[in-house]
Write a new protein. Sequence first.
Length: 148
Amino acid sequence: MALPLLPAEAIALRVPAGDWRDAVRAAGAALTAAGIAQPSYADEMIRMIEEHGPYVVIAPGLALAHARPGPEVLKDGIAVVTLATPINFGHPYNDPVSVVLALAVDSPDAHVAMVAELANLFNDSTAITDLAAATTVDEVQRLFGNAT
C-alpha cells in the first residue's frame, strides 16, 4: 500500500496551538477540510490520547494522532500540520512536537499498512525537521511524494 495522495486541503502550516488538544484539533480540521473525516474525528483522536497518554508522540518532534476506524472516517487519508511553536504532549523523551500527522483509516488492516508506509518515510533522519521547516504546501507534498 502506498501512502494516499496528500491534498493541499490536508496540509496546514505554522498553525498556532495553545496546547496538544489545539494541535490535534488543527490536524482533525485538516482531515475534515480534505473530506477524509467528519469533524467529530478530532474529538475521537483527543479521547484516545486522554485515555492512553502521549503514545502518539512516536519520534522527537513528531505526533501521529489517530483514532479507531469508525463512522467518522469517510476514506483513508492523512493530514499534516506544522506548529508555529512546538507543543508538549507530555511524552518523556519526544516532546516538544512540531509536526502533527493525523491518520484516518476505515479498517484495522489499512491502519497497519499506512503506519508501515509512514515509517518508511520517516526512516530519513531529516524528514521531521524538513517537514517542520516547510513553508509551502508544495514542499510538504514533495516530501510525501518521495515516499511513494
